[in-house]
Design a protein around this ligand. Structure first.
Ligand code: APR
Length: 235
């Protein structure tokens, strides 16, 4: 017997976690309003102020661990009863996993992990614990958050492209689609796959002419509605 389930590929951004209490980056009350990207999210900043960066990510890690998945994360888990679901997230929180989603690829890394600053293959799970200057990997290099900073490669992009290309249906939830190469993943979605966007604001214009359904609602409302629609019409 073959598995006839359709594949739903979901690209998520900060907006899916907003109602859990994690700030987005570029909304008017977003994280980048209060912090300079250059000081806390670039590889250059890591060279000259490790302590400040470690403290910034310690705060983010503690906060992400203290919040709960919301109705959007939970609806995406429910979708697995009817479809093969692959989530590609730009988020560094683990709310999709904590809601129970089985296949989650983190494009920009995870707050709950640290890695060696000299050997990318040395990755350690630390949960919600802080990292201090002087905490080292087994080879003696300073540990750093396992997140992708501006100016760094995004090593998961090829895997994400393969996932996007499998989509029978694509959902794009809570992302402004202004950060590349993540934003370009939409161009790997097969032409015949319908695309649904859930976001109170329209994200950046797509550079292609195809049918896109915009659901201009918050994720906690729009995603459960969309999941019901998909189950009833495509399941
Ligand atoms: N529900 C759904 N979408 C929402 C909600 C909500 N409750 N609140 C805000 N949004 C939408 C905004 O309208 C916006 O389109 O979420 C999007 C958030 O956009 P950004 O703040 O730019 O976040 P994101 O697209 O995830 O950023 C991409 O940039 O800073 C880097 O590495 C960081 O992964 C991040 C990347």
């Amino acid at each position: 017997m073959t598995d006839k389930k359709k594949t739903v590929v979901v690209l998520t951004g900060a907006g899916v976690s907003a109602e859990s209490g994690i700030q987005t980056f570029r909304d008017s009350d977003g994280l980048w309003e209060g912090y300079s990207v250059d000081e806390v999210a670039t590889i250059e900043a890591w060279q000259w102020n490790k302590e400040k960066m470690l403290e910034f990510y310690n705060q983010r890690r503690a906060q992400a661990a203290s919040v709960q998945p919301n109705a959007a994360h939970e609806a995406l888990k429910k979708l697995e009863d009817h479809f093969r679901v692959h989530i590609v997230t730009q988020n560094v929180d683990s709310l999709h996993e904590r809601a129970g989603s089985s296949h989650v690829l983190h494009l920009h890394g995870k707050l709950s992990e640290v890695k060696s600053s000299l050997d990318d293959s040395l990755i350690y799970e630390i949960g919600d614990k802080p990292v201090a200057l002087g905490d080292k990997c087994e080879k003696g290099s300073q540990l750093r958050p396992n997140v992708v900073w501006f100016g760094e490669q995004v090593p998961e992009i090829p895997n994400a492209q393969l996932i996007m290309a499998q989509a029978d249906i694509c959902l794009i939830i809570g992302t402004s689609l202004v950060v590349y190469p993540a934003a370009a993943l939409v161009y790997d979605v097969p032409l015949q796959a319908p695309i649904f966007v859930v976001d109170p604001h329209k994200p950046a214009e797509f550079r292609f002419d195809r049918d896109i359904t915009y659901i201009q609602k918050r994720a906690s409302e729009g995603v459960p509605e969309l999941v019901t629609h998909l189950i009833n019409n495509y399941g």
